[in-house]
Write a protein that binds this ligand. Structure first.
Ligand code: NAP
Length: 466
């Protein structure tokens, strides 16, 4: 038997999850100099690009231009896309083992981390990830409701997602109206009564997870003034010592930007964005109607752990922050896939450099791999997933060369098309997506918007005339 990877017998690979990592991995597989691969990319939703479509903020259009590179990958003759096909429901691992030599999971981190405090589930308290998916028109989140009749919102966490949420809440209608934000979100935000948005960091300015372009952008909003509490952006002794010991230009710059905000006078804009540090919510307090009305915050100071990391320690000094809308933005979290070994504590697929491991033997599971956030956790920017996917693809090639791949009974594209045709006849091909894309762009043009997204699966079918 000749090993797969030749013209006559291509290496058949299934990739689950059509976000950036899925495309980077597909690209690397299709560009192998000595192996002829056929790649089938699956996604639960009809459209490709994962978080580039459903996560990247609508006012960050430039970042979305990375999709042009993904479209190039998709144009490869040995690439196929199956959108609207749910792994675990429409197709299982066992199905894939019948048709592929290798399977790669790149499903990202599909849920959010919790704060673990009383009141977290009150009405009006939401994961930031839901708000993000809502304003980006993800079909599963389009019907979420956020009480924008409130005047004060608080976002817990100071990562880039928290910044995105705060920025979208502070943007004027005019600023949002030229983006690809979902039409219902644009209308809801137009009616928003939000006047004040708080960003709450549990540690100090030097430990803030947001990056410098993102925090700088918050200072340039058309109709929102930014402010900080001057004492909270002064470096404490430990942070100062840490920065002196290992100077880090980006962190120094970040602190400078924040200290610059302390010197700003309010500019009379309609909204206020207040960035706080060294505070942790300990409880969300509800009103008679069971909705969040305020947060109880504890002030923190920093303490060094044995490894030198600076961690927040509560001081016992509390304050109340009235807020009728709360978003927790304390990180994404991976969810297990049916039939795939999972590391519960890390919320990632159990793996070594991308090779899925058997939980009992800790040995690689033949033919199964992972890449991206579900491999390493929800960190890094889009481009971080390129080297991450490359590491996994390298393992795949090494294993293939060593004869460690699946031996599927029906390794043909035709057999997969038949299977998907039966299991999910209403799936979407890349050709379908390209037509939807054109339709979205055409709908946006008269409005001066990059596109007007379809946010209902039924509308996508209708746009394709089915
Ligand atoms: P993140 O960068 O990990 O930030 C999480 C934030 O939550 C941190 O400030 C963290 O503080 C805080 N936090 C965690 N647990 C908390 C708790 N119990 N109470 C209070 N605060 C808590 O995660 P993310 O914002 O979800 O972003 C995920 C990744 O996507 C990041 O790599 C990010 O850079 C990237 N991203 C990039 C962009 C962009 O480039 N524009 C946009 C969006 C997302 P500690 O540091 O104290 O733990």
């Amino acid at each position: 038997m000749i090993s797969p990877g030749t013209q006559e017998r291509p290496l058949r690979v299934a990739i689950i999850g059509a976000g950036p990592t899925g495309f980077y991995a597909a690209d690397q597989l299709l560009k192998q100099p000595k192996v002829v691969a056929e790649v089938d990319l699956f996604d639960r939703v009809p459209t490709p690009y994962g978080l580039v479509r459903a996560g990247v903020a609508p006012d960050h259009q430039k970042i979305k231009s990375v999709t042009a590179a993904f479209d190039k990958v998709a144009a490869h003759p040995r690439f196929s896309f199956f959108g609207g096909v749910d792994f675990g429901k429409d197709v299982t691992v066992d199905d894939l083992r019948r048709h592929y030599h290798q399977i790669l999971y790149s499903t990202g981190a599909q849920t959010d981390r919790r704060m673990g405090i009383p009141g977290e589930d009150l009405a009006g308290s939401h994961p930031a990830t839901e708000f993000v998916a809502w304003y980006n028109g993800h079909p599963d989140y389009r019907d979420c409701r956020f009480d924008l009749s409130q005047e004060r919102a608080a976002v817990v966490g100071v990562g880039n997602v928290a910044v995105d949420v705060a920025r979208v809440l502070c943007r004027s209608f005019e600023e949002l109206a030229t983006t690809d934000i979902a039409d219902y979100a644009l209308e809801a935000l137009r009616e928003s009564h939000i006047k004040e948005v708080y960003l709450l960091g549990r540690r100090g300015p030097a430990q803030a997870a947001f990056t410098n372009p993102e925090i700088r952008e918050l200072g340039d909003l058309a109709d929102a003034d930014i402010s900080v509490v001057p004492e909270e952006v002064e470096l404490d002794l430990l942070s100062r010592a840490a920065l002196e010991k290992s100077p880090d230009r980006a962190t120094q710059k970040k602190v400078e930007i924040l200290q610059g905000y302390a010197l700003r006078k309010a500019g009379g804009k309609s909204r206020r964005l207040i960035v706080r540090f060294l505070v942790s919510p300990v409880e969300l307090v509800g009103n008679e109607a069971g909705a969040v009305a305020a947060m109880k915050l504890v002030r923190n100071r920093l303490e060094a752990t044995a490894t030198g990391a600076l961690q927040p320690k509560p001081t016992g000094v509390f304050e109340d922050l009235p807020a009728g809308l709360v978003f927790r933005s304390v990180g994404y979290k991976g969810v297990p896939l049916p039939g795939v070994p999972f590391n519960e504590s890390g919320a990632v697929i159990l793996n070594d450099k991308g090779r899925v491991l058997d939980p009992l033997t800790r040995q690689p599971v033949v033919g199964e791999y992972t890449a991206g956030w579900i491999k390493r956790g929800p960190t890094g920017v889009i481009g971080t997933n390129k080297p991450d996917a490359a590491e996994t693809v390298e393992c795949m090639m090494e294993d293939l060369a060593g004869g460690r791949a699946l031996d599927p009974p029906e390794p043909s594209a035709e057999a997969v098309r038949r299977l998907i045709g039966q299991r999910q006849p209403r799936h979407f091909t890349y050709q379908d997506w390209l037509r939807l894309n054109e339709a979205e762009v055409a709908r946006g043009r008269p409005l001066g918007r990059p596109r007007l997204k379809f946010t209902r699966v039924e509308d996508m079918h209708a746009a394709l005339g089915r």
